[in-house]
Design a protein around this ligand. Sequence first.
Ligand SMILES: NC(=O)c1ccc[n+]([C@@H]2O[C@H](COP(=O)([O-])OP(=O)(O)OC[C@H]3O[C@@H](n4cnc5c(N)ncnc54)[C@H](O)[C@@H]3O)[C@@H](O)[C@H]2O)c1
Length: 394
Amino acid sequence: MLRVLVVGAGTMGHGIAQVAAMAGYYVYLYDVSAEALNNAMSKIRWSLEKLKEKGAIGSVEAVLSRIVTVKNLEEGARDADLAIEAVTEDISIKREVFRFLDRTMRPDAIIATNTSSLPISEIAAAVSRPQRVLGLHFFNPPVLMKLVEVVKGDSTDNEALKKALDFVKSLGKTPILVKRDVPGFIVNRILHAVFNIACHLVNRGVYSVLEVDSALKYRVGLPMGIFELRDFSGIDVGYMVAKSLAERDVLFSQLCPLLEKLYREGRLGIKSGEGFYKYVAAQKPFIPKEAGDKVDVVTLLAPGVNMAAWLIRNEVASKEDIDMGVKLGLGYPRGILEMADEWGVDQVLERLNRLYLREGLILARPDPLIVEMVRRGELGKKTGKGFYDYESQG
Ligand SMILES: NC(=O)c1ccc[n+]([C@@H]2O[C@H](COP(=O)([O-])OP(=O)(O)OC[C@H]3O[C@@H](n4cnc5c(N)ncnc54)[C@H](O)[C@@H]3O)[C@@H](O)[C@H]2O)c1
């Protein structure tokens, strides 16, 4: 039986440890903070008891007996076949952890990071065997979210990658493969492309927060509006990811001034009582159904399609994995490329041109793949071919 070491027992680490123990793995859980470790074990117990009440698991104690908390990292590292690092999002802390794991773990053990925004290869630069380093990007909360991005670093070898994909499947999760180590991987690139443009449009008074969120929620069918989601996960978290993307990728270089303003003013979303919305007792904002009636949803999602095209053209991800990623990672009712084929790729191009030429938004500069598809007449369902083929379906 494979033994898994989870380093960092915070929001993500404790959930990952629970998921692995539920799948039958023996788990070592480590954190620098004893308090974090104690909290993690209480949260895991609470969650397992809920799952037991729903009949989703058998014995709570049996799962708990497979998780051992360790007081020094070496204890878990010597024995484990796979380490998943989920410590604070800080490159120097992560590198230090990786250096230690690389020295201590068996040469054939795999070392994975759950980072959301740091390049795998920058972290792997700290170790002597970068071929066994990769990204395993779980979504929050790991127990409920089915998706895991498996990220190939510049040096990751295929054997490690295959083992990681098999591991994710054995957890009952769906892996999507990120074939190149690009900032934001698949899901965050698409999320931030859509968010960034929507935020700029609100900042310029083209639409309001309520109009955008209402259109995305009620007309596209997303579980939450994009501004509502930002408030939920924290303006500080969103700002840090946006900044990290901006520093590493020119496409993301135009930070949204409104996001920066909220961050600087400490309006951090639900946790501070105010962000894009105001919160009374952390209640969900009221988003009227009709507020989004006049919004052009293709304009809102075209930047996401554009980013998806960029990912395909740069051989980072397959179209199927991109669509799976937005469905399982962001709760989209359909894949973003499936939607593009329905609207028409020419319609997407027209919106992108408008956003790029009139508004000067770099993320909307039409990707050459989209331009080429329109030139070839591959416009989507109406022409029998777009991102997908429809000919066989008549
Ligand atoms: N929170 C999310 O929604 C989310 C989603 C996906 C990925 N991530 C990524 O997961 C990682 C962890 O995020 P989080 O939200 O769980 O953070 P968190 O702050 O809740 O937990 C981080 C934990 O790491 C511990 N830690 C710090 N330095 C350590 C060290 N040297 N050794 C061992 N433990 C150490 C801290 O004590 C803390 O308990 C980050 O890389 C983040 O980008 C977060």
